[in-house]
Design a protein around this ligand. Sequence first.
Ligand code: HEM
Length: 116
Amino acid sequence: MEFLRLLLVFLHLLGMALLIGTFMLQAKAGPQAPVNKGWLHGTGLQLLTGLILMGLDPLNDEVSYNPIKIGIKLLVLVVIGALAIAFLRKPAAPRWLNPTLGALVVVNVGLAVFWS
Ligand code: HEM
C-alpha cells in the first residue's frame, strides 16, 4: 500500500512538472499560439493521481489529508482545466491565459507544501 502511495505521489509530482513545462512552452510559443494540450494532460494527471491518493487515505493508518486543503486544490485545478478547455478551439490563446494558468499551478504547489 505504501509503495502504491509513493508511486502516485511520484506521478503527481511529474504532473506538476508537466504543467510547469507546458507554461514554459506556451510562453515560448508567443501570443499568437493556440492553447497547448499539455494543460489538459497535466490537469488530467493531477486530477487522477490526487483523487486516487485521497481515496486510498482511509486505508492507510499513517497519513490523513486535510480535506479543506484538498478541496481548495481541487477547485483551483478545475479552474485550470475549465480555462484550458474554454480556449482550446480558439486559434490563439488570450495574452492573460498563460500567466493566469501558471500562477494557479504555483498556488496549488504553495497550498500543497505550506498548508499541512
Ligand atoms: C495543479 C494542481 C496540483 C499541483 C501542482 C499539486 C502539487 C502537489 C505537490 C507538490 C504535492 C507534494 C507535497 C508534499 O509532499 O509536501 C502534492 C501532494 C498531494 N496532492 Fe496535489 N497538486 C495538485 C492537485 C491536486 C488535486 C486536485 C488533488 C486531489 C484531488 C491533490 C491531492 C494531493 C494529495 C492527497 C497529496 C499528498 C500526497 C502524499 O504526500 O501522500 N492534488 N500535490
